[in-house]
Design a protein around this ligand. Sequence first.
Ligand SMILES: [Zn+2]
Ligand SMILES: [Zn+2]
Length: 307
Amino acid sequence: MEEFEQSASSEIEPTTSLASTKRISVISPGSVLRATAYPVLFLTTLSVAMAALRYRWDPTRVSPLLLIGIVTYLVILERLIPYERDWRPRADEWRWYGVYFLLTMAGGALAQGLVTAAVGVLSPAEPALALWQEIPCALLSGSLAGYLVHRLAHTHTWLWRLHGVHHVPQKVNVANNGVNHILDIVIEQGCVQLTLALAGFSRESVFVVGLFVVAQGFFIHANIDVRMGWLNHALAGPEQHRLHHSTALSQAGHYGSDLAVWDHLFGSFTWRPGSRPVAVGLRDPASFPGTGEILAAQLHPWRRAKG
Ligand SMILES: [Zn+2]
Ligand SMILES: [Zn+2]
């Protein structure tokens, strides 16, 4: 697959006197992709969510199909408009990522099962608010819960032994979204889903928010050269999340994986236009098993700390 040039657009310097008064701007395919990458993802997710509600599609089929579509779309973009060529997964890494992806899916299903078993009866049959009111409230509530749990996972010693598995790879790409300790996923998604269930949000609003959050999770890890500009202040994006994976503490904030509002509110917003991470990965790589040591990584939280 052909990779597009880095330049957003190329400008041809005119040679004729008539043309000298105008500058001919040539828009490259790469610049079109960079500008449309996120709008296409967002509008597709929104359209699928609305259609699923309108036509009462089965959520258990819609969610995995959309997930496959999103990952495929982002993997293609990673080939066409890469942010960092060295961050492409190697062949052996794809195999590890596949196993991690299954573990992450299992963790998500386990979290959902536990929350359903715990609070299923508390969920109201009918939404308390109109859907257009409920969805923003559910998004903000779930996002806040996710932010707090993620931030805690970076400061609490034992939770970090779970969450640090996600920060082991020295690259950030769409497949890295699935590199997690299974218990980290159970705790994080369990807390988010428990918050939504206890708040009494309807199944429909939780479904719509869930699709958006899944799309955002893969998008923020995508190794694609997008510039979201002012939208970075409202939504999480790859420009911010690769700073979260930075080895430099001064850059590594951005605990929000869907919205950027909590990072602004709680002082962990570090992105500025043009910000690039100095390097990504762990500050102390020897403190965790490597990405390929999947079983060792899953057992790591119960091993005695070195030294
Ligand atoms: Zn993190
Ligand atoms: Zn990440």
